[in-house]
Design a protein around this ligand. Structure first.
Ligand code: ZN
Length: 131
């Protein structure tokens, strides 16, 4: 389990180092690593952690799922846009593990997306050995 405390309403956090640490502590050389967010208003993606690109991704979310666009769920807690963005992006990623390390491409990073922060968030990390 990994816990993170986000600082903004929307933000993207590079959690690659923390995931890598879990993989190393597992002692598993070859297999897969599941990273799973235990929330309905967050997402996990694999992409490049370039600041300009991260802003572009957040801007894209604003454009394709604007806040307060007449959603039914907004009659409840007012965060329908966050749930809808999370539904589009997905709540988990699976990464191959090779020689005890995450087998990521050169520019690939594990990115946690806060969509309704700031909040304390929990991410489950499981490393599964190749049969
Ligand atoms: Zn809600």
């Amino acid at each position: 389990m990994m816990e993170i405390e986000t600082a903004n309403q929307s933000e993207i956090v590079d959690i690659t180092a923390g995931v890598e640490r879990h993989v190393q502590e597992s002692g598993i050389a070859n297999g897969i690593c599941l990273v799973y967010s235990l929330h309905t208003t967050t997402a996990l993606i694999i992409n490049e952690a370039d600041d300009a690109l991260l802003n572009d991704i957040l801007d894209l979310m604003e454009r394709i799922v604007p806040r307060g666009a007449g959603y039914e769920h907004d009659r409840g807690d007012g965060n329908a846009h966050a749930h809808l963005r999370a539904a589009l992006l997905g709540s988990s990623v699976v990464i191959p593990v090779e020689k005890g390390r995450l087998a990521l491409g050169t520019w690939q990073r594990v990115l946690f997306m806060e969509l309704d922060g700031p909040r304390k968030r929990r991410i489950s990390i499981r490393v599964i050995r190749e049969a």
